[in-house]
Design a protein around this ligand. Structure first.
Ligand SMILES: [Zn+2]
Length: 466
């Protein structure tokens, strides 16, 4: 038996949960851990983003094995119920044990990624695990755009394998992740003129969802759906177009005012029938309005052609990992002010080429339609590593321990592995985690047996990897 067991991991998880650590608020936890391990005589580096790198030399006789980097993120998402008085700046997370499950009292639990952190810290305390040289990398502000990992400069990693512990399902080996960017396309408004035959169209309560994780679920994007209808209406002129939402969520709601001299009732009925069949909870309303100031029909045509060709959804599936989306795009929101109409889209791909292709296509479409493009918030992909001795050895260890194979897959969302993969493209990487449900919500919970299995796998990997 080793001196790192479930009790030691849960003990660290409870201690970490005592210290407030929402994204951007990690200084105290970072300083506390820095001081703790400096007192123990370990080599601790803390950078300006409060990332920590703690080095622990190999256990006696293990120094010639390849060094292992374990990584988790210190921050958590500060979500709470509407009744909760919890102050994330000062209050400890109140953990509740309910049978085999941990959750928190009215807040997110922070098992994402507090369990990963706790496993790393328990390993640092160990005196009898036969580990090679260990580097424990604890990053900050992961949840708000991989900020800590991106800021990680001046630290160079020495290990030969990189194990991230920020997955959300036990038994799942994540082996690739998407990179992405935000694409804003602005159409400067031209002079508007008053016209009659004005209509107001509202669409509400589409299912929406995460622009990465839910993009392959066949959900209807409100902005694209409305564009498909409007582009068929002759001499249409838009007065107002607003589609609230988030850049990284599938659009659920559209509010539009436009004029046309044509009867489009048949096209509208057919269009709505096809949407309602796919989205039973959605609703739409169409109402006559008084005269309104509308953009010209040529201006409107250019806007609609852009929206109707932007083609949000899955573009390409992975050729290496079955059922994993390789490249996708999303239309998130449309905002209008006195000067312009701005469309915010996002692009994701687990290959640099895939992301570049979609960005270029959107730039071309926008240029043809007279839109101005700005690309921001880029983060790199973790491309699938065909040769990956860490994945292969860990999969064998998993099969030996649990008598079944792990699920080897990828995620169509951003992981810190992408940022590190860009800096260390040759470093074999793998991401693992316990089974967490409802992460980033006050219902977040983690399965205790899954923590135990994850720990067994991590310990066996640490002891056997060569
Ligand atoms: Zn996480």
């Amino acid at each position: 038996m080793s001196d790192v067991g479930l009790d030691e991991v849960l003990d660290w998880f409870f201690r970490v949960s005592e210290i407030p650590r929402t994204s951007g608020n990690e200084k105290t936890i970072s300083d506390t851990l820095r001081d703790h391990y400096e007192r123990k005589g370990l080599d601790v580096l803390q950078d300006e983003a409060w990332n920590l790198l703690i080095r622990k030399p190999a256990h006696a006789g293990q120094g010639d094995r390849p060094g292992l980097i374990l990584q988790a993120h210190l921050d958590m998402v500060g979500e709470k119920t509407s009744e909760s008085c919890h102050d994330f700046a000062t209050d400890p997370i109140q953990i509740v044990r309910d049978g085999d499950v941990l959750h928190a009292q009215d807040t997110a639990l922070g098992a994402d990624d507090g369990i990963g952190v706790a496993i790393c810290l328990a390993l640092l305390d160990s005196e009898d695990v036969h580990h090679p040289d260990l580097e424990i990398l604890l990053t900050t502000q992961e949840e708000t755009g991989l900020v800590g990992a991106k800021a990680l400069t001046g630290v160079s990693l020495r290990g030969q394998y990189f194990l991230n512990i920020d997955g959300e399902r036990e038994g799942v080996f994540l082996c690739s992740g998407a990179g992405g960017s935000t694409v804003e396309v602005s159409f400067p408004l031209a002079e508007a003129s008053h016209t009659d035959n004005v209509w107001e169209l509202r669409v509400r309560d589409l299912r929406g969802g995460h622009s990465g994780l839910d993009i392959d679920k066949g959900r209807i994007n409100g902005i694209a759906a409305v564009a498909v209808l409007l582009v068929k209406i002759p001499d249409i002129r838009v007065a107002f177009f607003n589609a609230p939402g988030k850049f990284n969520a599938i659009n659920r709601e559209v509010h539009l005012v436009f004029s046309t001299q044509c009867d489009f009732s048949v096209a509208y009925e057919e269009w709505w029938k096809s949407i309602a069949a796919a989205e039973p909870d959605a609703s739409a309303s169409l109402a006559r309005m008084g005269p309104a100031a509308c953009q010209s029909s040529s201006w409107t045509r250019r806007l609609l052609e852009f929206l109707a060709s932007a083609d949000p959804g899955v573009r390409e599936m992975s050729s290496s990992l079955v059922g994993v989306v390789e490249t996708s795009s999303n239309l998130g929101l449309v905002e209008q002010d006195e000067l312009e109409m701005k469309i915010t889209a996002s692009v994701r791909s687990s290959s640099a080429r895939g992301r570049h292709d979609v960005e270029t296509q959107l730039e071309k479409l926008a240029a043809q339609s007279g839109g101005r493009v700005q690309i921001s918030g880029s983060y790199p992909a973790w491309e699938y590593q065909t040769e990956n001795p860490l994945r292969e050895q860990a999969a064998q260890i998993y099969s030996d321990l649990f008598h079944k194979a792990p699920l080897i897959t990828g995620v169509h969302g951003g992981l810190e592995c992408g940022v590190l993969h860009e800096k260390y493209p040759e470093l074999p990487m793998l991401a693992l985690g316990p089974s967490i449900a409802d992460a980033h919500t006050p219902r977040e919970s983690v399965s205790i047996p899954s923590i135990e299995k994850l720990l067994q796998l991590v310990l066996a990997t640490v002891e056997r990897i060569k």
